[in-house]
Design a protein around this ligand. Sequence first.
Ligand SMILES: Nc1ncnc2c1ncn2[C@@H]1O[C@H](COP(=O)(O)OP(=O)(O)OP(=O)(O)O)[C@@H](O)[C@H]1O
Ligand SMILES: [Mg+2]
Length: 252
Amino acid sequence: MIRIEHVSHHINGTPILTDINLNIPDQRITALIGPNGAGKSTLFSLIARLQPLQSGEIHIDDLNVSHSKSADIARKLAILSQENNIQSRITVRDLLLFGRYPHNHGRISTEDQAIVDQTLNRFELMPFQHRYLSALSGGQRQRALVAMTFCQKTSHVILDEPLNNLDMLHARRLMGELRQLTQEQGLTTIVVVHDINMAAAYADHIVAMKDGHIAMQGRAEDIITAEHLHTIFDLDAEVIRHKDKPLVIHHI
Ligand SMILES: Nc1ncnc2c1ncn2[C@@H]1O[C@H](COP(=O)(O)OP(=O)(O)OP(=O)(O)O)[C@@H](O)[C@H]1O
Ligand SMILES: [Mg+2]
């Protein structure tokens, strides 16, 4: 469980997040949605302590994020950031092995190698394992970064726009993998997605942010309505039902 209590954040006096209170349930996929600039990535950066918390508290299970050692947070939570400036002269295999660092401190064991092999297979990256990241397509690189996040074998995983650069087939497969991994391993997974239909189809719980606030949260069928989409995104869209899920017609 990730517990966020009274979290506010300012940059140069401008409010970016205002009094965020949120519980992220275990063994579920939570989709974080909301317009550009709503504060999604900022909230992620505070959960993973990529920047210090200015006010409020965040707990990952019993770990208080502000007062914990970085190594303890790294063993509990893995993040895929929206912007990645990872050195591109590293091979896919080495990138995944690097993901094992919080567990092995650089001493790579046969277990680490086995986890990397499993993950390379799971994310269909085996054919690229010896390629440099710079020699991959945008979507292949994105899949390698997602795989590296899962190699860390943490109980909590937060992914900021993992579908970036993925074609339709790979986007669908990745969401399927997220669902399977979350169920199989009992993970607490949060994923920022802009494709609202992906959120509707794969997430157990939807949290919508707007202007630094939590605008609403709940089950996809309750949150994804034409009225709510107008409130959250200022968007006129039609919402129909397909196989018991809301389907948003938003592109025309
Ligand atoms: N370093 C910074 N200085 C000033 N403002 C910032 C800075 N970083 C972020 N912001 C502002 O904070 C707000 C929230 O940004 P954030 O990146 O969290 O949004 P987001 O919901 O992730 O958006 P997107 O969907 O575009 O990724 C935005 O208005 C952004 O301009
Ligand atoms: Mg963002």
